[in-house]
Design a protein around this ligand. Structure first.
Ligand SMILES: [Zn+2]
Length: 201
């Protein structure tokens, strides 16, 4: 096992469409070792997801370890190969996303609230999963990496782009909420617990 070097924004591998993984390649020990290295790197970087292009391999593989839904035990991290996404519902959510390839930065993105994933697992078995909320956003973020897309391209409003440490000091809520707060006479101090993802992907 090894910790892999994470590519940062500007490296061409992050804007390249990754290649599908042939089924027989999953039988190769070298590829299985690479998947183990991806899992180890995700943990070491304290990420919730990591896509192969982020560690300089242009292959359609990502790993993810989202928080378990309330009332559920924490599952094993997912290894998703050759994903195909579909979106069965209209709903969209806003989320402050970060990315291991864009360290120190967060931005408010818009994502589908529910996602269906058809894919292979690391053993080449066909799988399908449904995710919603934060986990669904992670799936979309990681699949975007396989298509050479970074989360900045999913931001409807680039004024909602910020350094993490500034976000921690200032109210990250949208202007409407802030105007309401101001109308209620609240000051501009950090409220502290606005829900947002605090791990990078
Ligand atoms: Zn990312």
């Amino acid at each position: 096992m090894a910790i892999l070097k994470v590519a940062r924004m500007g490296h061409p591998v992050l804007t390249t469409v990754a290649d599908p993984v042939p089924l027989d390649a999953l039988a190769e020990p070298a590829l299985q070792a690479f998947i183990d290295d991806m899992l180890e790197t995700m943990v070491d970087e304290r990420g919730v997801g990591l896509a192969a292009p982020q560690v300089h391999r242009s292959l359609r593989i990502f790993v993810m370890d989202p928080p378990a839904p309330p009332g559920h035990g924490r599952p094993e991290p997912y290894v998703i190969v050759n994903p195909v996404l579909s979106f069965p519902q209209e709903g969209r959510i806003g989320l402050w996303e970060g990315c291991l390839s864009i360290p120190g930065i967060r931005g408010l993105t818009e994502r589908w609230e529910v996602v269906l994933v058809e894919c292979l697992d690391r053993h080449g078995q066909r799988q399908s999963f449904e995710f919603e909320g934060y986990a669904a956003a992670v799936v979309q973020h990681e699949t975007d990496h396989l298509d050479g897309v970074l989360f900045l391209e999913r931001m409807p409003d680039l004024s909602k782009l910020a350094f993490e440490d500034e976000l921690a000091r200032h109210d990250p809520r949208d202007d409407e909420d802030r105007e309401e707060d101001e109308a209620e006479g609240e000051d501009d101090q950090d409220d502290g617990d606005e829900p947002r993802a605090d791990a990078d992907e």
